[in-house]
Design a protein around this ligand. Structure first.
Ligand code: SF4
Length: 94
């Protein structure tokens, strides 16, 4: 139950909360953003949000847009990254 609640309101626990443009840094700041993400308690939730919504810019969940594009190409079978990263059984998983 706690886990479900955490997934529903993950942004309130974001480590970058209150940081200007922390979620969407330009290329120069992506390394700095990834360091912030490394210690974030909602990293999985954030990454799932970006992957499930095909967000193509910025660092989300510690991954750059390029890294996320590669992951999406490698795992076209994943229909819900939220479920996959939340440890739920993923439909159509090989
Ligand atoms: S994983 Fe990174 S971008 Fe996502 S909420 Fe946490 S600190 Fe922000």
């Amino acid at each position: 139950m706690m886990r479900t609640a955490a997934w529903n309101d993950w942004t309130v626990r974001a480590k970058c909360r209150g940081m200007n443009d922390a979620l969407f840094p330009d290329a120069v700041d992506q390394k700095r953003a990834k360091v912030v993400c490394a210690g974030c308690p909602v990293r999985s939730e954030c990454l799932a949000e970006a992957l499930d919504n095909r967000i193509e810019w910025g660092v989300w969940g510690g991954m750059t847009e390029r890294e996320r594009r590669l992951l999406l190409r490698q795992r076209p079978d994943v229909r819900s990254w939220r479920s996959a990263l939340n440890g739920e059984k993923v439909a159509n998983q090989a």
